[in-house]
Design a protein around this ligand. Structure first.
Ligand code: FES
Length: 638
């Protein structure tokens, strides 16, 4: 197959792309991070790139727009509607048929990842599945013969551990490392049923890894299995982002590309291995010293990790291949820890309520309390649970990725350069905002230092709340076009937009605005969350929850007052709303440290009643009412 040179600027990354492959595929090959929020459906426009023309001495070839396939009618129309420049192309549409140099503008680059914060080390009675036993090997072992059987009989006679099996790795390592001169040994036993390691001498330390695979980020926590201490937290952007922003586009990618799911599996495992390596090195231990891992993730991430087909998760009835917990050997999935170690994957509840929600539940334990909690985990989809010690309901809300900045004209993930907080002056309608990377309001910085690249989810929520409060938008989300301010204008399509950042304050060389379509996207996202919670409240026959727990990193960065004001969730009073950070990761750590917690996880995954919201007769009405700010009958709380 013919190949062509592709160079991406300004990074300079290169690859040899197959004739006919699209620019996005070449970018994946070159490890060039280009936004691809809609996964090539031509609805997001975030993959816009620019073809450079001319002879490039440094690369030794001629680049031209004719080295790409001509624009289709659909791409042309998209470009006209979104004011593209003549050499602009959508990376997901343009196919390579010659050598090209492609410039990736600032707004099309995947934002730099902000490491996740440490999680709370919650109190849990330590009873890890992995235990270490010290034995003195008997003299009879010198005579050879059934040497490994001596290990099991020693553990049975001295510690009462019966019917132990032995992982094949132990035979291998025992043969290699046993010295007749040294009779002291440490055996690692998993779940009182299997010997997974043999080491000469006494070794007390035991390490485990808790992993939370989110659609956007991956977090690994290295834990001391004796003390329960979290020794290191490492996180990274989920490398699957290059295959699609959300789980739906990743399922579509797997469907459209043979071997696509395997590529995503390889990407996630390599990322976990890299984070594990960083965490263990930081603590002066080897990744082989990690003798168990516990993993949580939404159902699609769970299936990709386990190599289970994700296509059925994309069609009715969205049935997971497996719901119960899974134990799988590290070596069988390519995890670089002790090869014989098990990876325990928490159970899932349904196609769109996964092991991450189970992790949140065992961390927050609403099922042990009298008061009723509404637990909301806002990721690229919203998983919610409502209940108390008597009954727990759960649901998945199709919020879409708007809270992560997708489907928003200048939306971006929470990364350096994103506008994350915003205020509008009631009299002048002037805007103040902060940008991730600076703690001061932008008005306290010189314009050249502001360098806003876009607006992230918390900034969008702030913008909507402030625009409502100042009358720029009405309760139904439409703009008041009669306002007299230079920040409000009507774009070429006749739609209103409000200027948040002036061109000189941005790193993208143009104004950052909030458009009517952005407000509509936010209305749909918040209505999905609100109506899901409302349906569960009705099912549980209560008026409102006693408290709301916001799980996930997003919950910690949003302004709760403004989220309440736009009606993101049913209200129960500001002081009853608690942001708890990465509770799914905490749940994974707890399940790593406590076998009782694993049993709880299994039990709660069975007990939770999953409600399919779209099958509820009044869902449509509740949803439509909830598209208003804060809802059709709700009071604006400010
Ligand atoms: Fe190309 Fe969305 S338009 S990825």
């Amino acid at each position: 197959m013919k190949q062509h040179h592709v160079v991406f600027l300004p990074s300079g990354s290169t690859c040899l792309a197959e004739d006919g492959s699209d620019i996005l595929a070449a970018a994946r090959l070159a490890d060039e991070p280009i936004e691809t929020i809609c996964g090539g459906k031509m609805t997001c426009g975030k993959c816009r790139v620019n073809v450079r023309e001319g002879y490039f001495d440094d690369y030794g070839f001629m680049s031209a727009s004719t080295h790409l396939t001509p624009m289709t009618e659909a791409e042309k129309q998209y470009g006209d509607e979104h004011a593209f420049c003549p050499d602009d192309r959508l990376a997901c549409q343009a196919k390579i048929q010659g050598d090209v140099v492609i410039f990736v503008p600032e707004e099309s680059r995947v934002g730099r990842f902000i490491p996740l914060k440490n999680i709370r080390a919650k109190n849990v009675k330590i009873n890890a599945a992995v235990k270490r036993y010290f034995i003195d090997l008997p003299l009879s072992i010198e005579k050879g013969g059934e040497r490994c059987d001596i290990l099991t009989s020693e553990l049975e006679s001295r510690f009462g551990l019966k019917n132990l099996s032995i992982d094949k790795y132990v035979y291998e390592i025992f043969r290699k490392t046993f010295k007749e001169s040294s009779r002291k040994a440490t055996l690692t036993v998993w779940d009182d049923r299997e010997i997974i390691n043999f080491e000469s001498g006494r070794h007390k330390e035991a390490y485990g890894l808790a992993v939370d695979v989110g659609t956007t980020s991956i977090a690994c926590y290295l834990c001391d299995l004796n003390s329960g201490k979290i020794l290191a937290t490492k996180s990274a952007l989920n490398p699957q982002i290059k295959y699609g922003e959300d789980v739906i586009t990743r399922i579509a990618y797997a469907q459209d590309h043979p071997g696509g799911q395997k590529d995503m599996e390889t990407a996630v495992i390599s990322c976990i291995n890299r984070l594990t390596d960083d965490a263990t090195r930081q603590n002066g231990v080897s990744s082989r010293d990690v003798s168990e891992a516990v993993l949580v993730g939404n159902t699609v991430m769970h299936h990709i990790f386990l190599g289970l087909d994700i296509l059925p998760l994309g069609r009715v009835p969205f049935k997971p291949a497996v719901k119960h917990p899974v134990n799988i050997k590290a070596r069988d999935i390519g995890l670089n820890i002790l090869p014989s170690a098990n990876t325990h994957v928490l159970p899932v509840e349904a196609g769109y309520v996964g092991a991450d929600n189970v992790g949140v539940l065992i961390a927050e334990e609403p099922y042990k309390q009298d008061e009723t909690s509404l637990v909301i985990d806002i990721g690229t989809n919203g998983e919610i649970a409502l209940g108390n010690r008597h009954r727990i309901l759960s649901a998945s809300c199709a919020t879409g990725p708007a809270f992560e900045g997708a489907n928003i004209k200048f939306g971006m993930r929470a990364a350096p350069g994103a506008i994350d907080r915003l205020r509008i002056d009631k009299q002048t309608l002037d805007v103040r905002f902060t940008v991730i990377g600076h703690s001061q309001w932008h008005t306290d910085l010189s314009p050249k230092d502001v360098k806003a690249r876009g607006i992230c989810g918390s900034g969008i929520i702030d913008a909507a709340a402030e625009m409502l409060q100042t009358g720029i938008i009405k309760k139904n989300g439409s703009f008041d076009k009669t306002l007299n301010t230079s920040r409000l204008r009507i774009n070429t399509g006749g739609k209103a937009e409000f200027v948040i950042a002036r061109a000189e304050e941005t790193a993208i060389g143009k104004e950052i605005t909030i458009t009517q379509e952005d407000i509509r996207a936010l209305q749909l996202a918040k209505a999905a969350l609100y109506s899901g919670a409302k349906i569960l409240i009705k099912k549980l026959k209560i008026d409102k929850p006693d408290r709301i727990i916001l799980a996930g990193a997003f919950g910690t960065i949003i302004d709760i007052k403004r989220a309440r004001a736009i009606g993101m969730f049913p209200d129960c009073g500001q002081d009853k709303i608690l942001a708890v950070g990465n509770a799914a990761g905490e749940g994974a750590c707890m399940a790593l440290l406590s076998r009782e917690k694993r049993k709880e996880a299994e039990q709660i995954a069975r007990d939770v009643e999953y409600i399919e919201l779209t099958s509820e007769p009044d869902f449509q009405k509740v949803f439509i009412d909830a598209t208003h700010f804060p809802q059709i009958k709700g009071k604006f709380l400010y």
